[in-house]
Design a protein around this ligand. Structure first.
Ligand SMILES: NC(=O)c1ccc[n+]([C@@H]2O[C@H](COP(=O)([O-])OP(=O)(O)OC[C@H]3O[C@@H](n4cnc5c(N)ncnc54)[C@H](O)[C@@H]3O)[C@@H](O)[C@H]2O)c1
Length: 210
């Protein structure tokens, strides 16, 4: 792709992708930008402009006929470097981990949690349809195609991250409040409710000052 895609456009792509995967799941083959507007709240002019950045746009989006849902999904997945079927593992099946497992919005977006791990033997078995293994069995049960791990543990974070990296994990969604080191080529995405509230308060204050 030759055209440079702006950050704002890139941040809207996952939103379109999620909406389109849901449409595809419901059996829809084409969609109008106005329909995407209704689902995403993003103006259709913005949507149409954003889609011009996708490499396959030449073949679709003819006026009035709408976009081919599959072509759009392929184009967006290509740009975002995402597959539909990421195998994700969850480490720590406590309060937060269980809530994440129960959250069933995975399937239209990035893939699914294929296995959970916990150091508590009582957690072994199955939860919300997902197999839970003891963390001691991580190496022997690790899904070979898995590149992403969600961390919702409270102890031995660095040791666990080291084991995950040895197994080939390249992306970590981190809910712990611990500082840990990763090797080059491993990405960490931190999710923190407190930080989100802090940012919200800052935005609210700056609104008051305007
Ligand atoms: N980011 C956020 O916004 C946010 C919000 C709430 C909690 N947290 C953090 O998420 C983590 C989990 O919170 P919680 O409320 O679910 O705690 P919890 O005690 O209910 O659950 C933690 C689970 O992880 C397991 N565990 C701990 N260390 C482990 C390890 N090294 N390997 C395997 N399993 C391990 C425990 O057995 C337990 O089942 C904590 O670190 C907490 O501080 C973050």
């Amino acid at each position: 792709m030759d055209k440079k895609i702006s950050k704002a456009t890139m941040s809207r792509f996952p939103v379109y992708l999620k909406a389109l995967r849901k449409m595809q799941h419901e059996g829809k083959e084409t969609c109008l930008s106005s329909e995407l507007f209704e689902i995403t709240g993003i103006q259709d002019t913005t949507i149409r402009r954003d889609f011009t950045y996708l490499s396959k746009t030449d073949n679709f989006g003819r006026r009035g006929r709408g976009y081919d849902v599959k072509h759009l999904i392929d184009g967006l997945s290509e740009v975002l470097g995402l597959g539909l079927d990421e195998s994700i593992i969850l480490i720590g099946v406590g309060n937060l981990g269980s809530a994440i497992l129960k959250y069933n919005r995975w399937q239209y977006t990035v893939g699914k949690i294929v296995c959970g791990y916990d150091m508590d033997k009582n957690k072994e078995g199955e939860r919300f349809g997902v197999k839970i293994c003891h963390i001691d069995k991580l190496e022997e049960t690790f899904p070979s195609d898995c590149k992403i791990a969600i961390l919702a543990i409270s102890e031995n974070v660095q040791g666990t991250v080291d084991r995950l990296m040895k197994l080939g994990i390249k992306g970590i969604v981190d809910f712990t409040h611990s500082h840990f080191m990763v090797q080059e080529g491993v990405e960490v995405q931190t999710v923190d409710v407190v930080v989100a509230i802090q940012e919200l308060v800052i935005k609210m204050k700056s609104n008051d000052q305007e």
